[in-house]
Design a protein around this ligand. Structure first.
Ligand SMILES: [Zn+2]
Ligand SMILES: [Zn+2]
Length: 323
């Protein structure tokens, strides 16, 4: 499905280097296949999850790791920087599959949407993509997160946050991270590896604020992986009516029908696309209720009707863009 070859124009001259978005994961917190469908199969068995037993993951768009996006940012000087959004439970597998396939040599900075398990539990494995030093004597990778996420991560991973060894404590090799606090505020942008990001606070359950991010000067992308409701200021900030039409909206959709207390489901995601009116939208965060081919056929008809192209994304999708 994925194509790593360098695009060559018809006159045989390679196109200039561009930025790209690589979807490292497009699934829900427990990932797809849903393991219960495999160890306690229903009769007939779940079509989406059974595919994982007969198809290799790279030929199976219904194989979905935790949501995560890698931005391959090509700066105006032509230098590539690799910015990772979220480091979930499946990070190790995502590096194994997609960093090797797309020849991603390193991670230059990390951005966290929030501190739930499917967004941060791979942080321990960041050391596996950092230069090796038994004494931890390497440049730390900058990681951007809110104060609330920082507090929670200090409890989950005290050894990644602790600055100095306690007396008598042995040195052990751990990920080296430079923690940088950002605000949940559309008016407080920050810069990671040369690219500006605007935080987009959204509700992820009524008791919890999660961040989405707006980035790209020439091609505007909003990435919103975990949302149950848009606060009006955030929605108007990225809406066509609010004055800046998105080129691409990447949006959460958990289940096919109904609603959920902490996530958008298909009906809310489609309504949001209509209201926000981006030039294009891709959905992420899907459970096994979504079948890639069948639901993309439905979305093709929907897109024709509504005049906004919308599709389900899939793990390994690479979109060249001019950010
Ligand atoms: Zn299933
Ligand atoms: Zn979450």
């Amino acid at each position: 499905m994925a194509d790593a070859t360098v695009k060559v124009a018809e006159d045989g001259i390679a196109e200039p280097p561009r930025s790209a978005l690589i979807f490292l994961g497009t699934g829900c917190s427990s990932a797809v296949p849903n393991l219960l469908c495999l160890i306690q199969p229903s009769d007939p068995p779940c079509h989406v999850c059974s595919q994982s037993l007969s198809l290799p993951p790279d030929q199976n768009p219904n194989y979905r790791c935790n949501t995560s996006l890698l931005i391959d940012y090509c700066s105006p000087e032509g230098k590539h920087k690799y910015i990772l959004i979220d480091v979930g439970k499946t990070f190790w597998e995502q590096v194994l599959r997609w960093f090797t396939f797309y020849k991603i040599p390193q991670i230059d900075s990390i951005i966290l949407t929030h501190e739930h398990a499917d967004a941060v539990l791979g942080l321990d494995d960041i050391r596996t993509v950092q230069p090796f030093s038994p004494t931890n004597d390497i440049d730390p990778t900058p990681i951007y997160l809110t104060q609330d996420a920082m507090k929670s991560i200090a409890v989950k991973f005290p050894y990644l946050v602790q600055k100095n060894l306690k007396p008598g404590q042995e040195i052990r090799r751990v990920a080296q991270l430079d923690w940088k606090i950002i605000e949940s505020d559309c008016t407080k942008p920050f810069v990671a590896s040369g690219l500006e990001f605007v935080p987009l606070p959204v509700m992820h359950g009524e008791d919890y604020v999660c961040l989405g991010f707006l980035f790209g000067e020439r091609y505007k992308v909003a990435y919103i992986s975990d949302i149950s409701r848009f606060p009006p200021t955030t929605e108007s900030y990225i809406s066509k009516d609010g004055g800046q039409q998105l080129d691409l909206l990447i949006l959460d959709t958990l289940y096919k029908k109904g609603s959920h207390n902490t996530h958008f489901c298909f009906p809310q995601s489609l309504d949001a696309v209509k209201r926000i009116c981006p030039k294009r939208a891709l959905f992420i965060g899907m459970t096994h209720e979504f079948d890639h081919q069948r639901d993309n056929e439905f979305l093709e008809d929907w897109s024709k009707r509504e005049g906004i192209p919308v599709q389900l994304a899939y793990d390994g999708l690479r979109l060249p863009v001019d950010l």
